[in-house]
Design a protein around this ligand. Structure first.
Ligand code: G3P
Ligand code: CA
Length: 306
């Protein structure tokens, strides 16, 4: 995508917010979008961040190097990485606390050493679950450690990392910060927004904030069977440690998104896979979103720049 087009795409979320004050639709206003800010600051509310949820997980086995590579190829702004911790204290890229769904192993991650987990196949399940997308190359893929992912992509990618189940992994936050520092992804040499940390655990985020107040944090919310609702008081509390909120997109409405945005927080809904839903989120003022199909969001943003 040309730089100018990318800049236009990334202003759409800001226009979604301006809907509240009278703009008919972000998607109907590409010219107004061109008047937006530059594309330097990843955390600007004028940008729409394309976050590849578990990598390009709609196309390849989630949380594998292959899925992250594909996400980059699809022009995702961020690779999303869920973290679990092994019995011997290694941070690995995995969504579930158990090995069962995404490998040929069984049991809890915390009960297995890294060496044991490295013997597992993290790709064949995908071929079986998605025969239409299966590839021989996915067979035998390994579970990567966070360190391996960061070594592989270095500063060529941006990382949106989630502390999963931090209550069962003591020391997870310290280990995460140490790993990021070792790769110079945080600290004085790093570009702001190179790494975003997210969690459903406010305790985990507050701990990280105390350890490193510069690190951008996003608090995740989950509305199970009820319509999402958030108060000014809750938003004010979140703002004491985080720069944004993420919530399940199918339980929120325009008023919710605009309330979050007006509070000054970014808003990144998850997991938005269909283009009509992506359009709706942008129209409501989302400043990015998690998707298994980074290619679809890239395509949508490109089309709306033309
Ligand atoms: O991190 C945003 C979204 O990924 C939260 O849901 O369960 O896919 O980690 P989950
Ligand atoms: Ca996640």
């Amino acid at each position: 995508m040309k730089k100018s087009m990318k800049r236009v795409a990334m202003t759409i979320a800001a226009l979604g917010l301006s809907f509240a004050v009278g703009v008919t639709s972000a998607f109907a206003a590409p010219d107004a979008a061109r008047a937006g800010k530059g594309d330097k600051d990843l955390l600007s509310p004028d940008r729409v961040l394309n976050v590849a949820h578990r990598g390009a997980s709609g196309h390849a086995p989630e949380h594998t190097i292959v899925a992250y590579q594909l996400a980059k190829k699809m022009k995702a702004d961020y690779i999303e990485i869920d973290l679990q911790m092994t019995k011997d204290g290694h941070l690995i890229a995995m969504h579930d606390e158990t090995l069962d769904r995404t490998t040929n192993g069984t049991g809890l991650v915390k009960d297995h050493t890294l060496a044991e987990i490295k013997r597992l196949d993290a790709g064949s399940w995908f071929n079986e679950a998605h025969p239409d997308k299966a590839k021989p190359a996915y067979k035998g893929l390994k579970v990567p450690t966070l360190d391996e992912v960061l070594r592989h992509f270095g500063h060529s990618a941006n990382y949106y990392i989630e502390t999963k189940a931090p209550e069962i992994y003591p020391g997870m936050e310290e280990k995460l910060l140490k790993t990021l520092e070792a790769h110079r992804l945080i600290g004085k040499h790093a570009k702001r927004g190179k790494v975003i940390i997210q969690s459903f655990s406010p305790e985990s985020l507050k701990k990280i904030h105390a350890l490193n107040p510069e690190l951008p944090l996003v608090t995740l919310l989950w509305y199970e069977n009820q319509q999402g609702h958030i108060t000014k008081r809750e938003l004010d509390e979140i703002k004491t440690y985080a720069i944004g909120v993420g919530a399940n997109f199918d339980r929120i409405d325009r008023a919710y998104v605009q309330k979050v945005r007006k509070s000054g927080l970014l808003f990144h809904p998850y997991t938005v896979n269909e283009k009509p839903d992506m359009k709706r989120m942008l129209d409501w003022g989302a400043t990015g979103m998690f998707t298994n199909y980074a290619d679809r969001l890239t395509d949508l943003l490109k089309k709306n720049c033309k």
